[in-house]
Design a protein around this ligand. Structure first.
Ligand code: F6P
Length: 472
């Protein structure tokens, strides 16, 4: 079997792997040989052109350093102040500084140069996420004609949002250099297809941009998932049970409503707090009977829009407390720090409601983890945004429009009052969905499509044409 090279901005660290993705790809890499390649986390004045490889708990990981300026333009700039908000349809929060594109491109070229000496002819290369869109172009320019796949972990934008991105046509041409593009949801494939069908309009500089040829690129949805068996086990582990006991003591008879999200404007946290406030305002009988725990570890906090989201949330939670708290009762606990997976699994299991209401999300693995952690005899209810990729899988959740805080408040009320039979019935179907879309199946189905082996066990043919034209 051919080797697998996984490329992503961040690389797996030492210690228990934090996310399902890291776990799944570690497993895949352990089975099929190869390595993981990415940024070292270090910023230096003069990065070495050669990657440094180390063994991290059985997985070979190659890393490169970046300069501070390049990293700023590539990560905080182009990736997270232009691509991230645009792909999440938050153009109002984008900072369109076109010059960041040069740093973004330089870093991708640096990745390609450092990766080049380590690529063997039959290797399959799997590139992850929006930081790395130009990588295949850069590799093809260096003469690499291996199978290269791309997986987008975030939603694909509508055409109008895409057109607002500087150099969008180059980025789309970059995507056409991949053999397979994997998206989270059918919704994303449709948005991509709409662009591919209509292409770009004229720009200020004159004539319409050259159209992009996608005839050699396959695009399909491969919804990512969690490891539901592992989460189900973790949720009854001693570490999780310790958290459950601790929380039971603190909560008494109150039903727990739980949100767990990175502190990111795409997660709809202010709308969530507003919905909860409406729940308490409209249902006096629920006060003292319910408690919202929102866990929100800070993220990308050098970026102004993230700091502002954090400030907004501080103010809203303060207002909620002032309005409803009593000397001996608090309606909400808001925790701005990260917890390990065992503690989270315990919290998920205890929560009567998993409140997952992003304004737009690629998949949302918290929804998967919440479902997998439930007690089959007494499961909680998932209240889920219809704008998360997970909504295509979890039809038995209470699906809400997160912008409509009255609707979310009503879904919370229904969830808190839902009879046990209905909770069980819904959960069984949700759990079946989590199983069908486990992270193992995701990796397996993506890779078998990217590099199917022929009948004689030989790898699929590589691209026979090199792309030598300019990407500009
Ligand atoms: O959801 C997209 C994603 O890039 C994930 O891959 C990652 O875990 C998360 O956002 C956090 O991103 P960052 O690496 O910027 O902290």
């Amino acid at each position: 079997m051919s080797r697998l090279i996984v490329v992503s901005n961040r690389t797996p660290g030492k210690g228990p792997a934090a996310g399902g993705l890291a776990v799944a790809l570690r497993k895949t890499l352990a089975e099929r040989d190869g390595f993981w390649f990415g940024w070292s986390g270090r910023l230096v004045d003069r990065p070495d052109s050669e990657a440094v490889f180390e063994d991290i708990e059985g997985i070979k990981v190659g890393k490169i350093d970046l300069t501070r300026d390049d990293h700023h333009a590539y990560y905080a700039g182009f990736s997270n102040s232009i691509l991230w908000p645009s792909f999440h349809l938050r153009l109002d929060l984008a900072t369109i500084e076109g010059h960041w594109y040069e740093g973004y491109r330089r870093v991708n070229a640096q990745f390609a140069q450092a990766l080049l000496p380590h690529i063997a002819p039959d290797d399959v290369i799997w590139v992850h996420d929006y930081h790395m869109i130009p990588l295949a172009s850069e590799l093809r320019h260096l003469g690499i004609n291996n199978r290269i796949g791309f997986y987008l972990h975030i939603p694909f934008p509508t055409v109008d949002a895409l057109y607002a991105i500087p150099h969008h046509n180059e980025l789309m041409r970059d995507l056409s250099r991949y053999d397979l593009i994997g998206m989270q949801a059918n919704r994303d494939v449709s948005a991509f297809t709409e662009f591919a069908d209509h292409q770009s309009p004229s720009t200020l500089s004159g004539s319409p941009l050259k159209s992009v040829d996608f005839s050699r690129t396959e695009v399909a949805a491969f919804p990512i998932g969690s490891d539901p068996e592992a989460f189900a086990r973790l949720a009854v582990s001693p570490a999780a049970t310790k958290m459950v006991r601790r929380m039971e003591r603190a909560l008494g008879d109150q039903a727990l409503v739980l949100g767990v999200d990175r502190l990111d404007y795409s997660k709809g946290l202010p709308q969530r707090v507003e919905a909860y406030e409406k729940l308490l305002a409209n249902n006096a009988s629920l006060r003292r009977q319910v408690h919202l725990l929102q866990v929100a570890p800070p993220s990308r906090d050098t970026i102004k829009e993230y700091q502002e989201t954090s400030d907004t949330l501080d103010a809203m939670v303060g207002r909620l407390m002032g309005r409803f708290a009593e000397p001996d009762w608090q309606p909400v606990t808001y925790v701005k720090r990260a917890y390990g997976q065992p503690s989270l699994a315990g919290l998920y299991r205890l929560a009567r409601v998993g409140l997952v209401t992003p304004l737009r999300d690629g998949m949302n693995l918290v929804a998967h983890e919440y479902v997998a952690s439930q007690d089959p005899h007494d499961p909680g209810v998932l209240v889920l945004s219809r704008f998360a990729g997970a909504a295509e899988i979890f039809e038995d959740a209470l699906l809400v429009n997160p912008f409509d805080t009255d609707e979310t408040a009503e879904a919370l009320r229904l969830a808190l009052n839902m009879p046990i039979e209905e909770r069980r019935h819904r959960w069984e179907r949700l759990m079946a969905g989590a199983h069908d879309h486990s992270v193992d199946r995701w990796a397996e189905s993506y890779l078998s499509r990217l590099a199917p082996t022929g009948q004689n066990g030989q790898p699929a043919p590589v691209r026979d044409v090199l792309y030598l034209d300019s990407v500009a």
